[in-house]
Design a protein around this ligand. Structure first.
Ligand code: M6R
Length: 611
């Protein structure tokens, strides 16, 4: 939530900061703003997307070798120009941007109001900035010291970048709970919420840890903790190419990322899934196999699409490894008092690795001694770093706000994990283990085949784009796919949609069915096929419009449904990896038919770093 970017060096900061904001826009697009520091301090900010800011600054003074920029996902205060970042301190001396939430801002604001501070916005950020300024005046200390003192009072999460008219080349940065990466250039520094604005300038980065602050100026980087002790910066080499964060000829990131899936699923398997030797090599699992096979219980913690991946993993792990699994919404789990027993393993699933609810839920169980296995896409992210072991999904940067390729990569990791543990635990025979490996290897090509038939899906999207509601139904392994199909449609088309277990429909949702309701069945060939045929008939009898995802060669549901999407056949355990693809495409094209910004749906942000 919110993207922050900063630059200091010998180049003009504006072009670097504005490009960085375009790259980070997926993190929030309620407003955008920049502060430039050179011969003077200039602040420009505007409600709306980065493009609105770009128009607004035409003809204005954009000079300065130091700059900070912000793209906002509103928390405190509605999206408008006044609440946009950067904020300026009352004296006009300091400017600051912030990602996170200052939970105790109201009490700090009260103190400042009594001292005659005035506020021009409704934000917690402006409160923190004036508090820092106030601390500096009261303590007659350096700005650096004032930031440290102020941050020790703060309850909540923050990543801040702060500049001062008094030090035109310096950026002060600090984080707790919100991400910060520093790119190390040739005497210059790039600061950002993630590596995407940095990648074209340098591959050398430092991931700043919680409770650390950095003071950067051309040719100098000082890293300290909030106790004022110097820390040694650890430089990591980024394994990411610029092409991975560009649209590569596609109209939208979402479509590119759907089309990327044959490659991303393959990349996720590469070097790990080796049917030729009968091996699955994943060091995070190999090194902890005893603990995993003896786990009395696995608890999966995640949010949104990652939670849906967790639900499928529950079916897989119970089937293949015979270990009881619970799947928890991180936002609920973190506030419960869960019973964690000796040996329980927590699997955290997160694309961004920065989701605040997941992160805090993990911190809580870590304190209770649980072992945490992270399945994360963003390398070096907070969840990746706080896990005891894990496996990256290697899907590359996912920029479309609606998660697509990260999901299939998560499923690929989870299936390899279930196979590996099940085989080591002897809860599956070699033949089954081997045949599922071969099925998994075949997934990229089968996704390619589904994508080739996109025209049929586009036609269905056009036909149903004006529906007010959608119902998505599936059974067994495909129930979570129904949930994911509904979530995708809601996100990018703003059509109300519900996912349900197909059989559960009779217990309530069937009341919604009439001739206006499109009902999407995920009905490929599996153990429940005959059962789902009956469910399809039940909807047909009530005149619902049936859109069915079926396996090629299906000759039952094909004749009942109004519209059919036929996809390659697969083992029922592997099916979810394929069945989700037409639902992603359907949502994308419904969003496009409605003329919506599918990459940046309203009210959403890619990385939910506030609770
Ligand atoms: O980065 P994470 O996987 O932890 O994010 C979890 C959810 O916020 C995310 O999946 C969200 O639901 C997506 N917008 C779904 O498309």
């Amino acid at each position: 939530m919110c993207g922050i970017v900063g630059y200091t060096g010998n180049k003009q900061a504006y072009p670097i900061v504005i490009k960085g904001l375009q790259r980070l826009e997926y993190r929030g697009y309620d407003s955008a703003g920049i502060a430039l520091l050179g011969s003077s301090l200039k602040i420009y900010k505007k409600k709306g997307k980065v493009s609105a800011l770009e128009k607004d600054v035409i003809g204005k003074d954009l000079e300065g070798n130091t700059g900070i920029g912000h793209t906002r996902w509103a928390t405190h205060g509605e999206p408008n120009d006044a609440n946009a970042h950067p904020h300026q301190s009352q004296s006009g001396r300091l400017a600051m941007i912030h990602n996170g939430i200052i939970e105790n801002y109201a009490s700090i604001k009260q103190e400042l109001l009594l001292k005659d501070y005035h506020f021009t916005s409704d934000t917690d950020t402006e409160v923190l900035l004036n508090f820092i300024e106030d601390v500096q005046y009261n303590n007659e200390c350096s700005l650096e010291e004032a930031i440290r003192i102020a941050l020790k009072r703060v309850v909540g999460a923050y990543c801040i970048l702060l500049i001062s008219k008094d030090e035109p080349e310096t950026i002060y940065a600090a984080r707790k709970g919100s991400p910060l990466v520093i790119g190390v250039g040739d005497g210059e520094y790039f600061l950002a919420s993630d590596a995407s604005p940095i990648i074209e300038y340098t591959k050398e980065v430092i991931y700043v840890n919680d409770f650390e602050m950095a003071i950067v100026r051309p040719g100098e980087l000082i890293l300290k903790n909030l106790g004022n002790e110097k820390q040694t910066p650890f430089i990591t080499k980024l394994d990411m190419e610029l092409a991975a964060i560009e649209k590569g000829g596609f109209e939208h990131f979402m479509l590119k990322e759907i089309y990327d899936q044959p490659d991303t699923v393959f990349d996720c398997q590469r070097g790990r899934l080796l049917p030729e030797t009968g091996q699955i090599i994943m060091s995070g699992i190999d090194n902890n196999m005893d603990m995993l096979i003896n786990a009395p219980r696995i608890i999966i913690v995640a949010c949104g699409t990652s939670w849906h991946a967790g639900l499928i993993a529950e079916y897989w792990i119970e089937e293949l490894c015979r270990i009881p699994v619970e799947v928890e919404y991180a936002s609920e789990f973190r506030y419960r008092n869960p019973v964690i027993n000796k040996g329980d393993v927590i699997i955290a699933i997160s694309q961004s690795g920065e989701t605040a609810d997941t992160l805090v839920a993990l911190e809580n169980v870590k304190k209770q001694g649980a072992f945490i296995f992270g399945i994360v896409n963003v390398v070096g992210s907070s969840i990746a770093r706080m896990s005891h072991a894990g496996a990256y999904t290697h899907a590359g940067p996912e920029i479309g706000v609606a998660s697509t390729k990260a999901f299939t990569a998560q499923l690929t990791v989870l299936m390899m994990m279930a196979l590996k543990i099940g085989y080591a635990k002897k809860t599956i025979a070699y033949e089954r283990y081997y045949s599922l490996m071969v099925e998994l290897v075949a997934v990229p090509n089968k996704i390619r085949q589904i994508i080739k038939n996109v025209a049929g899906i586009q036609r269905i999207a056009k036909k149903y784009k004006d529906a007010n509601d959608f119902l998505f139904l599936g059974r067994g392994y495909n129930f979570p796919i129904a949930l994911e199909g509904a979530l995708k449609l809601k996100e990018v088309s703003y059509i109300h949609a519900e996912g349900y277990p197909a059989a559960e429909m009779k217990h309530g949702p069937i009341a919604l069915v009439d001739e206006t309701l499109p009902v999407v069945f995920v009905a490929t060939r599996d153990t429940y096929y005959q059962k789902i045929v009956s469910n399809v008939q039940e909807i047909k009898a009530r005149k619902g419009k049936i859109i069915a995802v079926v396996a090629e060669g299906d000759d039952v549901i094909t004749h009942i449904a109004n519209d059919v999407i036929a996809i390659p056949d697969a083992d029922e355990l592997i099916g979810p990896l394929l069945n989700v693809i037409p639902l992603q495409l359907l949502s994308y094209y419904v969003g496009i038919e409605k003329g919506l910004d599918v990459d940046k749906p309203r009210n959403l942000a890619k990385s939910v770093t506030v609770e």
